[in-house]
Each structure stands twice: as structure tokens, then as C-alpha cells.
Design a protein around this ligand. Structure first.
Ligand SMILES: [Zn+2]
Length: 260
């Protein structure tokens, strides 16, 4: 039997991703870690096939993936070149659950007044504003307490210095703690009775440490798939493991145990 080069690459990629347990190196729990089961269809880097996406009805009744966003950064194309060298672009290491988003191969060090953190992964593709997202624990080790803000170009964060292999930059307002949030397709949102910008309670029913997070921001976009993103502090508090589910507590969907 002759194996094509493409098949060989696919088999090796699948094996490597399986050995990594689907974890790419954004800590042990990347921004939307891909779940991989033996024999499941994969694209390179183990992105989950969209066919496995639960239906809006399943999302309302059974929940949807809850994934931990480990500390990470977003960079403009100009900042990528300043940190990694002229002509450099972000290169995918692993594609994430949200379409088109990837953990890149690029790593930097972030430096605050009290300490630094190495091997902070950059997520791609490049954005129009550079931003770094850390947990409260990370922020304390840096000697900072940045504001809680929505990821994606909203608001003014704290100053942070970024060190790459080819240069360093000081960003006066780029460090934030990302506000916990749920990505939803508009169809999923309407079934749950929520809309973009709402802040609602969401239950993580997992195991002994399961809990309800309040003030979870709803973000909708036709490109989104239902997924909750919390930081490492929040994920550890709730005992979140790969495959964890989130449930929007919605009276309209008839699944709220705490709503009046
Ligand atoms: Zn997110």
C-alpha cells in the first residue's frame, strides 16, 4: 500500500496531537483547547471538525464546551516584526475551536515591575491592536493589577513590556484580565433568550468543584460556535478539565435552577 505525503503528514500530526492530549502548549489548556477522540476527523493541529458541533437545542439542554484561556497575547503585524524580525508573521501551531483562530508557534516573555513570565503564547491571526491577557494570579506575580476588560480591542489596559527573540516593545495599555465570556452564534443566543452584551449566570456543573459564575458576558457573531472562555484562576476554582461543559442558566430555555 502506498501512502501519500499528505496522508503521512496527517497521520504524524494526529499521533503528535494525541500524545499531547489535545493540549497545545498554551499552558496545558489552550484558548479553546481542541478535543480529539481516536478516529475523529481532524484537520492539521487537531482542530475539531465543525460537524461535531452540538445543535442549538443540545446547547440549551446539555451545555457546550467550557475551555480555559491560559495567559496569551495578541499582536499587530508591526509588533510581530518588531519582536520576531522583519517579514515575520504568526505561524499556526494548533487551530482552536473558534473558526480561524490559532495558537501560534511564537512565544514571548512579558515583564512587569515585580516579575516576568516566559513562554507566553501568541494567538493568531494578527489583530489591529496588541493585547495581553493574564489571570489575577499572573498579574500579582508581575506586580500589576490590570482591569477586567473584554478581549478584542476594548478599553485601556495596564502597561507591559514584551520581549521577543529579535526585539522588545513597551505597550502602555495592553495588559488586561479578560472578562469571562460565552461565544454564541445568534441562533444559539436567541434559543437561550440572551443577546450580545448581556451579562448572565452560567453554571459549570463539573464534579465536586462545580459552580455558577455570575456576570458572564455574552458575545454573539455569525462566525462563533457556542463556547465559554474563562481564565486559569476561574477554571481551577471550578475544577475544569478537558471536555467540561457550561450551561447558560436561562429561564427561557427552562434550565435555570437559580433564576426567579
Ligand atoms: Zn473567547
Amino acid at each position: 500500500m502506498k501512502i501519500s505525503y499528505e496522508d503521512l503528514v496527517r497521520l504524524i500530526t494526529q499521533e503528535v496531537v494525541t500524545q499531547l492530549g489535545g493540549a497545545g502548549g498554551v499552558g496545558s489548556n489552550g484558548h479553546g483547547s481542541a478535543r480529539l477522540t481516536p478516529g475523529s476527523p481532524t484537520t492539521p493541529f487537531g482542530a475539531e471538525a465543525s460537524a461535531q458541533q452540538p445543535s442549538p437545542e443540545q446547547i440549551a439542554q446539555e451545555g457546550f464546551p467550557c475551555n480555559i484561556s491560559a495567559r496569551h497575547g495578541h499582536l499587530t503585524p508591526e509588533h510581530v516584526e518588531q519582536l520576531f524580525g522583519p517579514g515575520q508573521r504568526l505561524t499556526p501551531f494548533k487551530f482552536l475551536y473558534q473558526e480561524g483562530q490559532f495558537a501560534s508557534e511564537q512565544l514571548v516573555q512579558i515583564v512587569g515591575p515585580r516579575g516576568s513570565i516566559s513562554n507566553v503564547r501568541i494567538l493568531g491571526p494578527e489583530r489591529s491592536k496588541s493585547q495581553f491577557e493574564v489571570s489575577r494570579t499572573d498579574a500579582l506575580s508581575l506586580g500589576m493589577m490590570p482591569p477586567i476588560l473584554q478581549s478584542v480591542n476594548h478599553g485601556t489596559g495596564s502597561p507591559i513590556t514584551i520581549v521577543g527573540p529579535q526585539g522588545s516593545i513597551h505597550l502602555p495599555d495592553a495588559l488586561i484580565r479578560a472578562k469571562r465570556h460565552v461565544h454564541l452564534h445568534p441562533d444559539e443566543a436567541s434559543l437561550l433568550g440572551v443577546k450580545d452584551g448581556d451579562e448572565i449566570p452560567v453554571e459549570i456543573p463539573a464534579g465536586d468543584q462545580g459552580l455558577v459564575f455570575y456576570n458572564v458576558l455574552i458575545r454573539t457573531d455569525p462566525a462563533f460556535k457556542a463556547e465559554m472562555h474563562i481564565d486559569t484562576d476561574e477554571g481551577n476554582a471550578a475544577g475544569v478539565q478537558p471536555g467540561a461543559k457550561a450551561l447558560v442558566l436561562s429561564p427561557r430555555a427552562g434550565i435555570c435552577r437559580i433564576c426567579k
